[in-house]
Design a protein around this ligand. Structure first.
Ligand SMILES: NC(=O)c1ccc[n+]([C@@H]2O[C@H](COP(=O)([O-])OP(=O)(O)OC[C@H]3O[C@@H](n4cnc5c(N)ncnc54)[C@H](O)[C@@H]3O)[C@@H](O)[C@H]2O)c1
Length: 439
């Protein structure tokens, strides 16, 4: 099929590449010329395992193209995906301005029937707004092309995005059109060889499904963080409690790890957007407000432990930070807890020596030329002459480090573990003072 994917970020680039991999002709569009230039020069603007090879192969075989020319992309495709950002507005609502701008462009350049698929995460009712926008422009152009709007929310996880896209658990399709459902079924059929994965529903239900999925996962995390903080006060160990409940198949082991709060480009903004959407129609969403509040507090928990140990004036102190990205296997630092932690430590007078396997360039954009933060080339280098180590993102390479080496390099053997990666007993035996979450 001939596809245009408009918005070539984490979702658009991965989606476009995976559709090209299945033999479709894909034009990825972005209005960021620098990003498109990079891609046309064989460079990948994001760090995502397995993506580079796939982009390279499909571009070479001319099934995958990158352009800023949306007119040409729309004219030469049957299906147009909208995959632009929907960031939080000041009041927490989803900012739809990018989605509607793309809808306007599609309508301006449409030259026949198009299926317009919304992949961005959007509030319920957005498809109606897109439809209205497209129709008003077609009316102004005095053309009577037909089109269908489909909601096809994306469930990929950064860090495992290729796998999630190539082998999705499910493909949610919101459409009222039988003709459209058939086109989408055919489009996704190569991704569903073993069994049917398409779940077809109303457009509004599909829009709601995406927010509900993210809100449920965020709720599990905040719930467990609340329990972890209570465990700590009550003398229980959340690590043991987690095993105790995860073994119940009704609960399961996933997303019940306490830590320094969730971050990333989705959970924080989607929980906020869902709260805002509910409030706008007078619904109370009491649980979601707590999920959000617990998460904001949880990002401060590790620094509070540092204050308790070193006092609130940290001038003259240096801290090693392991992990900057919001989770392992990505360079994405949007809403990363590391940002809150580092800013709080610096505000209290500390200096930071940070290390991350892939997110240092991203961190340099975020922290700019702040003289209080330096970046190490390796994780052990970051600990050199630091007063303590803070583990913030649980990259694999931090899981079983050489503790003797850490001890040699730190000024004093103190570790604050924001991801409960280490064994408190073993660390105590090695002479470390060790602080974790809920243990
Ligand atoms: N990142 C994820 O893990 C993930 C997962 C599932 C769903 N989503 C949702 O998918 C959507 C996109 O997220 P993302 O992380 O890929 O965002 P992103 O910021 O990485 O990418 C968005 C891209 O759209 C481009 N863009 C903006 N306006 C444009 C326009 N008018 N024309 C062409 N290009 C334009 C931007 O330049 C950018 O490259 C969001 O709604 C997000 O919530 C993201």
């Amino acid at each position: 099929m001939k596809l245009a994917v408009i918005g070539t970020g984490y979702v658009g680039l991965v989606t476009g590449t995976c559709f090209a991999e299945m033999g479709n002709n894909v034009i990825c569009v972005d209005n960021d010329g620098e990003k498109i230039n990079l891609l046309n020069n064989g460079e990948i603007p994001i760090w995502e395992p397995g993506l580079e090879d796939m982009v390279y192969r499909n571009s070479n075989e001319k099934r995958l193209n990158f352009t800023t020319d949306i007119k040409n992309a729309v004219e030469n495709s049957d299906i147009c995906f909208i995959a632009v950002g929907t960031p939080s507005d000041e009041d927490g609502s989803a900012d739809l301005h990018y989605v509607l701008a793309v809808a306007e462009d599609i309508a301006t350049y449409m030259n026949g029937y198009k299926v317009i698929i919304d992949k961005s995460t959007v509030p319920v009712g957005t498809a109606d707004k897109v439809k209205k926008k497209v129709q008003s422009i077609l009316n102004a152009r005095k053309v009577d092309y037909t089109f269908d709007i489909v909601s096809n929310p994306e469930f990929l996880k950064e860090g495992d995005a290729i796998n999630d896209s190539m082998k999705p658990d499910r493909v949610v399709i919101g459409t009222d059109s039988e003709k459209c459902a058939e086109i989408i079924r055919e489009l996704y059929s190569p991704f569903a060889r073993s069994h049917e994965k398409l779940i077809i529903m109303s457009v509004r239900s599909a829009e709601m499904t995406k927010y509900t999925a993210n809100a449920m996962l965020a709720t599990k995390i905040s719930f467990m963080n609340d329990i972890a903080n209570l465990c700590e006060i009550m003398g229980a160990d959340v690590h043991e409690v987690r095993h105790g409940i995860g073994s119940d198949s009704r609960i399961g082991y996933q997303f019940i790890y306490p830590g320094v709060g969730y971050g990333g480009s989705c959970f924080p903004k989607d929980v906020k957007a869902l709260i805002n959407m509910a409030k706008s129609v007078g619904s109370k969403v009491r649980i979601l407000q707590s999920v959000e509040d617990v998460n904001e507090d949880q990002k401060k928990v590790l620094v509070e432990k540092v204050f308790k140990y070193f006092g609130e004036n940290l001038s003259g102190k240096t801290f090693a930070i392991w992990g900057l990205s919001f989770k392992p296997k990505t360079d994405d630092m949007r809403e990363a807890p590391s940002i809150v932690i580092i800013n709080k430590l610096i505000k209290a007078g500390a200096k930071i020596q940070a290390y991350d396997p892939v997110a240092i360039n991203e961190a340099k954009h975020i922290f700019g030329d702040n003289p209080n933060i330096t970046y190490a080339e390796g994780n052990y280098e970051a600990t050199k002459d630091a007063d303590a180590l803070l583990l913030v993102t649980e990259w694999n390479q931090f899981r079983y480090p050489d503790f003797a080496e850490i001890k040699r390099r730190l000024k004093q053997p103190v570790i604050f573990d924001g991801r409960n990666q280490y064994n408190p007993k073993e660390l105590a035996e090695m002479g470390f003072e060790y602080f974790a979450i809920g243990r």
